[in-house]
Design a protein. Structure first.
Ligand code: ZN
Length: 313
């Protein structure tokens, strides 16, 4: 896939990172530096064009007023969005059935807090539509919103209800959803606060807002330091349970439940990931694992948290 012409124009070589204010409380400066790049890269095409992002390229700071952790300085929004548009998708399609399984299990685990089957649900940034498949199986009337034209077309061909658009630009009717989901999207948004405010009117008065995010407040994150696996060039914001609750409250939601998100992937896929991370002996073991074992579904926890909220009355 080639970059759209507007992307090529925006990704001019003279772009540079600029200081940004705190995305949560608006404090303009005076942040504490947590991590500096250990694998520097100054090319927005590489930083934002790679579907899963690059590790070690960011300076992450923490706001002394609200504890928000975010990339600062950062490339202009237009460069980031152009990079996302130009990004190549695919790669983890082989795990599509496992991702559907992960989402389905998550819905079952969260059951008591979610709208009952039959409810109308929207998934924002639905990508290939794995959540829509899971939600349909759960009994929901599932709708998706996805910026990529390519992914939208692919999902439609598979019979899913997907609209191409963004949080700021879509034709979804307000007040029409019992639940709106943001799975692994909020950390990519250039202005998460503005987008959370835009999402709120889509919900019915009793609707549930679900946000799943990489959680930098976990013990795993603390122990991993700057090598924490979710610190990637495409993740502009890093939330903890505390800052997630804070941004929800500031944008008109009342959070009522937080839970660890357990993903499901095939054992072989996890083996391959471990091998790529150079964990000793894993490459050898992966090569010698029988196929029926590599296909076993494995639940694992990798510092993701699911937050549930309702619109404030
Ligand atoms: Zn702040």
């Amino acid at each position: 896939m080639t970059a759209p012409p507007e992307a090529a124009q925006v990704l001019a070589p003279n772009l540079a990172r600029h200081p940004v204010p705190c995305p949560l409380c608006g404090r303009p400066e005076g942040f504490r530096t947590l991590f500096t790049p250990w694998s520097p890269c100054d090319d927005p095409r590489q930083l934002y064009g790679a579907a899963s992002g690059l590790p070690g390229t960011q300076t992450l700071v923490e706001c002394p007023d609200c504890s928000m952790i975010f990339e600062n300085p950062r490339f202009p929004d237009e460069a980031i969005l152009a990079g996302y548009l130009a990004s190549e998708e695919g790669g983890h399609d082989s795990q599509y059935p496992m991702r559907v399984e992960s989402f389905y299990r998550a819905l079952v685990r969260l059951k008591e807090h979610l709208p009952p089957p039959g409810a109308r649900v929207l998934d924002i940034g639905t990508a290939g539509g794995a959540f829509l498949d899971a939600a349909t199986r759960y009994g929901y009337d599932a709708h998706g919103l996805e910026p990529s034209r390519d992914l939208t077309e692919r999902g439609k061909k598979r019979g899913l209800k997907i609209e191409q658009g963004t949080i700021a630009d879509h034709s979804l009717p307000p007040g029409s959803f019992d639940m709106v989901c943001l799975w692994d999207v909020i950390e990519h948004l250039t202005d998460p606060k503005a987008d959370l405010e835009r999402i709120r009117p889509l919900l019915k008065p009793d609707g549930v807002f679900l946000v799943n995010f990489p959680d930098i407040g976990t013990t795993q994150a603390r122990l991993s330091g700057k090598r924490f696996w979710w610190i990637l060039s495409v993740h502009l914001h890093h939330f903890t349970r505390r800052t997630m609750a804070d941004i929800m409250q500031r944008t008109g939601y009342e959070p009522f439940h937080f839970r660890r998100y357990w993903q499901t992937l095939q054992f072989g896929y996890l083996e391959d990931m471990a091998a790529r991370l150079n964990i000793p002996l894993t490459a050898f073991i992966a090569r010698h694992t029988p196929r029926f074992i590599r296909e076993i579904p494995m639940p694992y926890y990798a510092s993701q948290t699911t937050a549930l909220a309702r619109v404030k009355r």
